[in-house]
Design a protein around this ligand. Structure first.
Ligand code: GUN
Length: 284
């Protein structure tokens, strides 16, 4: 029997917790935490993501807005906006939606964000804090994965955890979070040899490599807990994960579906990061 992990339900629980925290913050400080999203250009996927973030923030009672810039925007104009948001006391979280248009460079813009307001957790100061176990803001998707593991009650200390994927947004911070919980962590990626053997030894598998239906049932232990971060299209154009859901379902202890698993967690954790940033800035 495979337990299916309902990311929508856990995300709703997180959002309810955040809404409560926002109300308390507001009562204490006379204003709601503010999330400011910078959207440059017309990328259709980014437009959808940003609209969802805007709606989710409003639903939990947060303040803030989306700053829309033309696709011709240059690095300097983005830097000027980020500096203005860094200085504004009512701004608690700043998120620059990626990818930026070709006219702008992402790296200096992300580096310019005040680490205390960096709700994506991409700034090197926050990356360093995560790897050294210091307080800081942690990327939303891996935090969402960890929350799902916690909701399941998975014992991570001493567990063999395999992270497939080494991106700065998911794979690397996921490995740091699991290490922080005393798991024995292996990071595999597109150049890894013997991936099937590594999977066979894993108690926890987090797949975030961007290869449709890569991970098969025969690779996995029956006791394995499998978190699928993949968002791919299969041959029929249907949304699918990095794990072959039909094959794996029924063969492992727990599994996140795609869609409805990790996906809904990302925005919920963004809201939580914004509340955390607001509280930390206020000294709560
Ligand atoms: N584009 C796709 N995912 C993300 C994300 O998590 N953060 C930002 N800033 N841009 C993205």
């Amino acid at each position: 029997m495979t337990r299916l992990i309902d990311g929508k339900a856990v995300a709703a629980k997180v959002r309810a917790e955040v809404a409560q925290g926002v109300a308390e913050y507001r009562a204490r400080h006379g204003r709601a935490p503010g999330l400011h999203v910078v959207l440059a250009g017309e990328d259709p996927a980014s437009a959808v993501y940003v609209r969802n973030k805007e709606r989710a923030a409003a639903e939990v009672g947060m303040a803030g807005r989306v700053h829309r810039l033309p696709s011709s925007v240059g690095t300097e104009a983005l830097l000027a906006l980020v500096r203005e948001l860094n200085q504004a006391p009512e701004v608690d979280g700043i998120l620059v939606q990626l990818p930026l248009p070709p006219s702008a460079h992402a790296e200096p813009v992300l580096l310019a964000i005040d680490p205390a307001k960096d709700v994506d957790g991409f700034h090197p100061v926050n990356v360093g804090a995560l790897w050294t176990g210091a307080p800081g803001l942690v990327p939303c998707t891996p935090r969402g994965c960890l929350r799902l593991l916690d909701e399941l009650g998975v014992e991570l200390a001493g567990a063999r955890a395999l992270v497939i994927g080494r991106s700065n947004i998911v794979g690397k911070p996921m490995a740091a979070l699991l290490l922080g919980r005393s798991a024995t962590v292996t990071v595999a990626h597109s150049r890894t040899r013997g991936l099937q053997e590594l999977c066979r030894e894993a108690d926890v598998v987090v797949a975030a490599v961007g290869r449709a239906k890569l991970v098969k049932a025969s690779w996995l232990r029956e006791e394995a807990v499998v978190i699928d971060v993949g968002m791919n299209r299969d041959e029929a154009g249907k949304l699918c994960g990095d794990v072959d859901f039909e094959d794996v379902h029924g063969h492992v202890a727990a599994l996140t579906p795609v869609p409805g698993g990790v996906g809904p967690m990302t925005i919920a954790m963004l809201l939580e990061n914004t509340l955390r940033a607001a509280r930390a800035r206020a000294g709560d």
